[in-house]
Design a binder for this molecule. Sequence first.
Ligand SMILES: NC(=O)C1=CN([C@@H]2O[C@H](COP(=O)(O)OP(=O)(O)OC[C@H]3O[C@@H](n4cnc5c(N)ncnc54)[C@H](OP(=O)(O)O)[C@@H]3O)[C@@H](O)[C@H]2O)C=CC1
Ligand SMILES: CC(C)(CO)C(=O)C(=O)O
Length: 295
Amino acid sequence: MEIGIIGGGATGMLLAHYLGDNHQVTLYVRRKEQAASIESKGIQLAVTNITTIIHVRQIDEGIRNHAILFVCVKQNHLDHLTPVLNKIADSTTVIFLQNGMAHIEKAKELSANVMVGVIEHGALKVSDHTVRHSGKGIIRVAYLTGSVDSISLVERLNQENFPFVLEPDYYPMLAKKLVINAVINPLTALFEIRNGQLLDNPFLTQLARQLCREACQVLHLDEIEEWTNVMQIARATAGNYSSMYKDITNGRTTEIDAITGYLLKNSTEQISGHALLLQAIKAKQYEKRKEGEDE
Ligand SMILES: NC(=O)C1=CN([C@@H]2O[C@H](COP(=O)(O)OP(=O)(O)OC[C@H]3O[C@@H](n4cnc5c(N)ncnc54)[C@H](OP(=O)(O)O)[C@@H]3O)[C@@H](O)[C@H]2O)C=CC1
Ligand SMILES: CC(C)(CO)C(=O)C(=O)O
């Protein structure tokens, strides 16, 4: 298939590497230097040193026609892509792969077919042309809008070494991932700890449990089931730093608005734990940025 991928970060390069073997893949990046780096060196998978040759273009040159267009940028970059996505051919299926749920309403407005997904892999960008596959998992996708044969599309994407699974309903798929990110990400970022430490410190575990309860109340999910899920992910990724921890440490904008902000926006009752964490993360982001400017 002709596949386009927007975003040459960790997930965009991971997809380009694995899908590049079986499909015609074009990766759209924002910077000229990154385009040049991938053009000359291909995408390298760290540790293995396997190189995949794909097409790379700067996004400013425009998007070609593709059967599938994956969107692999962070939530806070999505608004800049609106003019680009509005021009995508109606026959294309756009697949959004963000954490959080703030993108759903805008995604529904596109005239192209739209699917959304969650990535259960761990990926780290090592350089402009190198990605590390730090945790093997799957990508779940679900239909959002338009006329697309989701079953055959997912069958064609699915690979033994890089599985795709079709979910019957997008809402529980995204909501369950949202609970995990709304509990683990802000707490680990605020307390500067690895994911597993949430379960080692009884005070933090109690806080995490409260956040899980509040999130489930907003999203109409079963609290016991989701808490079991959160604990399982915290254990499975015990040695990792969350993406929010890493964003703050590196002075980048976090996805807090699309995660915690989404819960606050959609809550009919007070969710005091999340309300406090939203401000705390923004305050920390602000301080880290100031530190960077002062240096
Ligand atoms: N990494 C992981 O393991 C996982 C990530 N996710 C989710 O996947 C999403 C993407 O994350 P991730 O890949 O890690 O993020 P990264 O920050 O690694 O990559 C984002 C990329 O998007 C590029 N970008 C931003 N704006 C544009 C634009 N207008 N046009 C083209 N490219 C653009 C950035 O380019 P530049 O380098 O020039 O700034 C950057 O390379 C997030 O929502 C994240 O939460 C979910 C699960 C796991
Ligand atoms: C699952 C988890 C919490 C793993 O770190 C994640 O998705 C993230 O860090 O954004």
